[in-house]
Design a protein around this ligand. Structure first.
Ligand code: SF4
Length: 371
């Protein structure tokens, strides 16, 4: 692989181009249009790392391409497997940096042990600048955005594993790994298009969920696009005072602004929303919190995922106790809020987002809480 910075800079990284840009690039090289589909398929359906693997292109054509372009592919660097089947991957990015990002595969099994849902949580940025107090990635700071190719690479690599191990592909994707997806809007939306493209990964966008801390401008932008994926809000507190304490973004984009964006999105899409709510012991798990959450769940048709927190070293907030969870859930049920408890997975590995990358020495980049 051509790794020197000089070479990489001179050539075009094909996986940083959108489908249309790729087509244009190949057209400028004199290739007829069906060649663009073939190259796209090699890049995203077959996940090749070199032009030599594109065997339905002539040798001359492959040579021509390798003079003008490069294919970067993020590579698996490390893997941790939990007793419950959860697998955490650390990916090394294919550039001169030493940056690494995480992805997690969370399997669900039928009673007979056959794999049912295979959900993958992908990263969209190296680090994150939003500094949520409960999040290991937030402590790392922000380094850079991933390209859409680097996002798709995570999915491709894990697809190869699930096909080999379970005889089937990934069934669901959530953008809830390292980074704030809507802060890397262009690459994230392009990656959704490629993942759902019949010549790409071919996973229905209905099985893809983008999660955001509540970037209202981008929520509205997404509402105006026809991506077909789902949107989830990482809420984690149901009043401004508490949310300000744990999510600095709420100081500039508070719940009132979030409500306006959520209503706008729903008006355009008429798709139920999901709210993610990490339940922290004696912080956001009181009856008053549950009642505030009921009010938010009524903004537009929605459901709530109550997530049991994977405790993170150095974070004072702790996973809520079972009795407090039960009382909280009773209030939601009494008020007809559709709510599900998501138990933490991979407790015996570094499953909390960002933990593995921090362990691997990715320490501190830029941070701010302004967009
Ligand atoms: S929770 Fe999400 S937005 Fe907040 S710091 Fe972590 S990665 Fe960033």
């Amino acid at each position: 692989m051509e790794k020197t910075a000089e070479l990489v800079q001179k050539k075009t990284d094909l996986k940083s181009l959108s489908k249309e840009e790729l087509s244009e690039f190949l057209k400028e090289m004199g290739l007829v249009s069906y060649r663009a589909d073939q190259v796209f398929q090699w890049l995203y359906q077959k996940g090749v790392s070199s032009f030599d693997e594109m065997t339905n292109l002539s040798k001359d054509l492959r040579q021509k391409l390798s003079e003008k372009a490069v294919i970067r592919r993020a590579k698996e660097f490390q893997r941790q497997e939990s007793k419950d089947g959860t697998i955490k991957f650390l990916f090394q990015l294919d550039d001169p940096s030493d940056y690494k990002v995480e992805a997690v595969m969370i399997p669900d099994f039928y009673d007979d042990g056959e794999a049912n849902r295979l959900t993958v949580c992908v990263s969209s940025q190296v680090g994150c600048m939003f500094g949520c107090s409960f999040c290991a990635t937030g402590k790392m700071g922000y380094f850079r955005n991933l390209t859409h190719g680097e996002i798709v690479d995570q999915v491709q690599t894990i697809n190869e594993l699930t096909e080999e191990r379970f005889g089937k592909k990934i069934t669901n994707i959530v953008y809830m790994g390292m980074g704030e997806p809507l802060h890397n809007y262009k690459a994230v939306t392009e990656s959704v298009r490629i993942i759902s493209d019949p010549l790409g990964i071919e996973l229905s966008p209905r099985r893809i969920t983008i999660s955001t801390v509540g970037l209202t401008k981008q929520i509205k932008q997404l509402a105006d696009e026809d991506l077909g994926s789902n949107l989830a809000i990482s809420l984690h507190a149901a009043d401004d005072e508490k949310r300000n304490k744990i999510m600095p973004i709420n100081e500039s984009l508070n719940l009132e602004k979030l409500e306006e964006a959520v209503r706008y999105y729903y008006k355009k899409n008429e798709k139920p929303f999901t709210y993610e709510y990490l339940l922290f012991d004696e912080f956001n798990d009181t009856a008053a919190d549950a009642k505030n959450l009921v009010k938010i769940a009524r903004w537009v048709p929605s459901k709530v995922n109550i997530i049991m927190y994977n405790n993170v070293a150095g974070v004072a907030l702790q996973r809520a106790r079972e009795d407090r969870l039960n009382a909280f859930m009773r209030i939601l049920a009494k008020n007809h809020v559709t709510a599900t408890v998501r138990r933490s997975r991979g407790d015996d590995i570094d499953a909390g987002c960002g933990q593995l990358a921090i362990r691997e020495g990715q320490e501190r980049g830029k941070s701010l809480a302004k967009v």
